[in-house]
Design a protein. Structure first.
Length: 235
């Protein structure tokens, strides 16, 4: 009886909406995981496409001459994508949630792709391989030790907020913050474990696959960027 109550409570805590009001069609767990994996892979394909696009000389100069405007547009679109995704999670069907995912991936993927041409190819490959290894390891840990990651979720959130504040202060004071890259990587490693745990606790619907894919993709992108900053050699 206690285990059953625990499962119900966890589901309501994990889901971004009340599962009793969600009438989405359930899919198999295999289909659910394939959709999540496909969306995460698509997100990295967007980064690669943006990098190739930025390497076009005319486009390169256009972007970097308007870098501030491009960055502002990316922030606005990504924040809008978060709201659209959240709204889509509370509506019938998954179309709006998918649009929100596309806005998040398109905006953040583009700005991430913009920085790749600044590094040599071996550095990008090393950062990508490192990200893949971390993703595999902490996905497995999140599956094997789910309760550990569930318990440290609050600590990870506080640590991430602290890292953001410290990073902003350091940038204004023009202080070297190289050590912060390692802290951020550690935090997002923990978040991968937690998001893996949450994804497997949620109902297997297309909407939940989209929602969790967005979370996991953001974890991986943050790790990739920080690894690139650590191991990357600029051209």
């Amino acid at each position: 009886m206690s285990n059953e109550s625990l499962n119900i409570r966890d589901e309501r805590t994990i889901s971004p909406f009340d599962p009793t009001l969600d009438h989405s069609t359930r899919i198999s767990r295999r289909q659910y995981n394939l959709i999540m994996g496909g969306l995460v892979t698509l997100g990295f394909a967007v980064i690669a496409a943006a990098a190739f696009l930025v390497m076009t000389p005319a486009f390169f100069f256009m972007v970097y001459e308007n870098y501030g405007l491009v960055l502002l547009a990316s922030v606005v679109v990504s924040i809008g994508g978060v709201f659209v995704l959240a709204r889509g999670m509370r509506r019938e069907g998954f179309g709006q949630a998918l649009v929100g995912y596309g806005m998040i991936v398109g905006s953040i993927g583009f700005t991430t792709g913009m920085i790749l041409p600044l590094y040599d190819l071996p550095s990008i490959a090393n950062a990508f391989v490192g990200t893949a290894i971390i993703a595999t390891l902490f996905t497995l840990l999140g599956s094997v030790y789910p309760q550990v990651f569930a318990k440290i979720r609050g600590v990870l959130s506080v640590a991430l907020l602290g890292a953001i504040v410290v990073g902003l202060v350091g940038s204004f004071m023009n202080v070297s913050m190289a050590w912060l890259d390692y802290v951020v990587i550690a935090v997002f490693c923990g978040l991968i474990g937690y998001d893996t745990y949450r994804a497997q606790q949620c109902e297997s619907t297309v909407k939940m696959a989209i929602f969790n894919a967005a979370q996991i993709w953001l974890d991986l992108v943050n790790i990739f960027i920080r690894l690139l900053a650590i191991v990357g050699r600029r051209r």
